[in-house]
Design a protein around this ligand. Sequence first.
Ligand code: VG1
Ligand code: CO
Length: 544
Amino acid sequence: MQIDTITTQPYNDQNPGTSGLRKKVKIFQQPGYLENFVQSIFDSLEDFTGKTLVLGGDGRYFNRVAIQIIIKIAAANGFGELIIGQGGLLSTPAASHIIRKYSAFGGLILSASHNPGGPDEDFGIKYNVSNGGPAPEKYTDAFFQRSLTIDSYKTAKIEDVDLDSIGSQLIDGVKITIIDPVTDYAELMQSIFDFNLLKQSISSGYITLLFDAMSAITGPYAKRILVDILGAAPESVINAEPLEDFGGHHPDPNLAHAHELAERMFSDAAPTFGAASDGDGDRNMITGSNIFVTPSDSLAIMAANAHLIPAYAKGLSGVARSMPTSQAVDRVAANYNIPCYETPTGWKFFGNLLDAGKITLCGEESFGTGSDHVREKDGLWAVLFWLNLIAKKRQSVADIVHEHWQKFGRDIYCRHDYEAIETPIANSLVEHLRNQLPMLPGQSFGKYVVKYADEFSYSDPVDGSVSKNQGIRVGFENGSRIVFRLSGTGTVGATLRIYIERFEPDATQHDQDAQEALGELIVLAEQFCEIKKRTGRTEPDVIT
Ligand code: VG1
Ligand code: CO
């Protein structure tokens, strides 16, 4: 193999965020930009000569180009085999599964997830370690440090690889294997859920469903699993063709962006179940006929009913949620007497807990839920989980949710996002919040008395690593909370997320609209952070 060593200049902005390095495509297209980052990753890893790397992405613009570049760098750096999804496609949870199933050394996932795609939009790249999960911070810190001083990268002088023909070939001593991106994942799903029951419920018409793939990666997965295997009508999967620009939309599964699904689910002709997934297939939105399930509630409901699913029939070892996720799942854990861990935002923090067997199920308020079956959140898995629950309990989504609230109380919840704020304004806003923290405990704001006000810091119970500055929390005596944090996945300016929750034990009060029920806390949040005052904005860009 002829290996070229190419001289390069370091870039100073290659610090991975919540989930990998995400930038505008134009930034990734700069000379050496992608190459530098990939070489920085390989320079930070040890002992991978001859080992296997998994490679795939969500199919967005630049995916194929990037894969050809990465194949050559990986070959030059000594990997022995590359396993690549056909067409360069792999959903994030499928990539995680492939890494685990084939005992790969690691994987590179090309995605900017829910961010829009296209020549003027976003691209991203993320390294996953051998457990199939996102690289922990000690790795991502090392990648960034290396990227600041890198002066060359290695690339193999080989032809572009045919990404579309399934099979293995040896190219200058490196084995290149193109696999069907869906088959292994579909098998895994069949080992977790009761597919016979699901088939019956769908063929008998007890379950009618609508799945919006948002012109992103889950289209082929949903068609194979929901339509081909489970027998749902072909028209149950909409926007099923992965497009490089996601049809010009944000592939973000919420009521605002999955509007086609939302319209159908809140109409007289609504099917019993509706769901959507994001750009790379790790998120899920769950709806039923005329009801939307808040992700935090979805996690709690899944935890409370997990024993009804074949793979979790023995119960859960424990659960975890990201800090801003509502405390609904904590109530379930307390009820079942199992541990509940609170981690910083981002799936990489669940990996150790899953590996150590401390938790079986985990989730985030940002439409992410998953279990120990892979080391990523998993959109279609969550969809199948809900379908299995509906079929087993023979209850509607609305009945399942209301019954849950009746038993555990309702944690009324919402998140307000202010996007693309000028970075200096965002930083001074955070500083302003930080300065108030020592004074807040003990103060009363109407019926809300501050119990604690701090900046969340996490000590990993498995490896003892500490992650500081993971969001500002104001907690009240009655259990309500307001959390503020800046996004780590955006590519323009800063995004402020405000998470607001209040516990409502009284079942006669459960049917309130969240924005109304949280009205006083929303006003208080503005009083603390002054986002409207400081930016002149009048309302959030997205409410979920
Ligand atoms: C967001 C979510 C976080 C999620 C992350 C990656 O991060 O809040 O919960 O893990 O996206 O999800 P941030 O830093 O923007 O708040 V995905 O589907 O974009 O990989
Ligand atoms: Co995603």
